[in-house]
Design a protein around this ligand. Structure first.
Ligand code: RBF
Length: 346
């Protein structure tokens, strides 16, 4: 009995061991095949098209847009990024964005400037399932468009205040005349209604007698025209100029350096453009804002339909005081007065 039983028990142990091994084997095979199939079928891809309305190089606000998008895409294996330069013919932008939307392959099209919300809204009518992000633009209540802009009136006030201090200072390149200059790429509502008035208001906070000489290049690339406008301003008595003209900014810097007058910079740290000539710089963190916004879009948490404005208190706009080229070229008296104004605005 015992042997019989024992024999049976041994057989039954063997069967149980065999079944257990088969079972474990099947699990291992399952794990093996499921991991194989995961590798063969990658997570659904997420496609981002960055439409740069102009060219990237020479425009700080577009350079930061591209950099922020690249950093966000680099965080995810399944994200594809395509940066498209729209070029300087503004009449073609809507058609170019329409062709991007028409492919139906872009999970989101991101772009930047205050004219783009209108253009994207028009494209959105033709391609209602397409999602858009517009940086440096403002549009409320389109459930497929998210916009984010910076308070550029405040930003311009900071540049303007320093311009006011410089033009009324004893600095070597400053004259007795109280005229400051602003050279824009073109005239557009945000420039005429916010940036230029903000620039003048900041200067008038120093001295109410200060006047503004405003000129526009007519495009965002012509450095020779930028230099020509700057020279004309300098002949008219301007001793400090804020260029907001993309690639044309370089011409302004050259002309100002030759004449020994001063330049202020907008959007990104510009002191190293020409040390001693560029004596003030405000910055916006469009790279960080672009990164944050795209990460939310990729994660599916971006509240499309919302329109955000970032002011000085957000930390996304500032006047750059901690650059050695600022502290070494700008007299302490001027820096102290500028710091008081900055803290006051905050
Ligand atoms: N700013 C640039 O720096 N480079 C550009 O090429 C450029 N193109 C623009 C085109 C349009 C139609 C508009 C309305 C604005 C443009 N801007 C450009 C200005 C930009 O939106 C922003 O106001 C300034 O760069 C100051 O932050």
């Amino acid at each position: 009995m015992f042997f019989l039983f024992s024999g049976n028990a041994e057989r039954s142990h063997k069967i149980t061991a065999f079944r257990t091994l088969t079972f474990l084997g099947l699990i291992l095979l399952g794990v093996f095949f499921s991991s194989c199939s995961k590798q063969e079928e990658p997570q659904d891809s997420f496609n981002i098209a960055v439409f740069v309305p102009g060219v990237v190089s020479g425009s700080p606000i577009y350079e930061m847009l591209a950099a922020g998008a690249q950093s966000a895409a680099a965080e995810y294996e399944h994200v594809n990024l395509n940066i498209i330069e729209g070029g300087s013919n503004q009449g073609e932008w809507e058609e170019k964005i329409s062709s991007l939307a028409a492919t139906g392959k872009q999970d989101v099209i991101i772009t930047s400037n205050p004219a783009m919300p209108g253009i994207c809204a028009a494209v959105s009518k033709k391609f209602p399932s397409q999602y858009f992000i517009v940086m440096d633009g403002y549009l409320e209540d389109n459930d497929h468009i998210y916009t984010l802009r910076y308070d550029q009136e405040q930003q311009a006030m900071l540049n303007g205040h320093l311009a006011g201090l410089v033009t009324s200072s004893e600095m070597e390149g400053a004259n007795d005349q109280l005229t400051i200059g602003l050279i824009a790429g073109q005239e557009y509502p945000d420039m005429l209604d916010l940036i230029a008035p903000g620039f003048l208001a900041g200067a008038k906070a120093v001295d109410d007698a200060i006047e503004l000489d405003f000129r526009a290049v007519g495009n965002w690339y012509d450095a020779a025209k930028g230099a020509e406008l700057a020279r004309a301003m300098i002949s008219a008595g301007v001793d400090v100029i804020l260029p907001i003209a993309g690639g044309a900014n370089q011409g302004v810097v050259t002309a100002a350096h030759e004449a020994g007058i001063y330049v202020l910079w907008f959007d990104a740290n510009g002191y190293a453009q020409q040390p001693g000539t560029v004596v003030g710089s405000t910055s916006i963190q469009q790279d960080t804002a672009t990164y944050d916004t795209l990460v939310k879009a990729i994660e599916g948490t971006l509240p499309y339909g919302e329109a955000v404005t970032l002011g000085l208190e957000s930390g996304f706009i500032t006047f750059i005081e901690d650059d050695e080229l600022y502290t070494s070229y700008v007299p302490e008296k001027v820096r102290t007065a500028q710091n008081e104004y900055l803290e006051g605005l905050k």
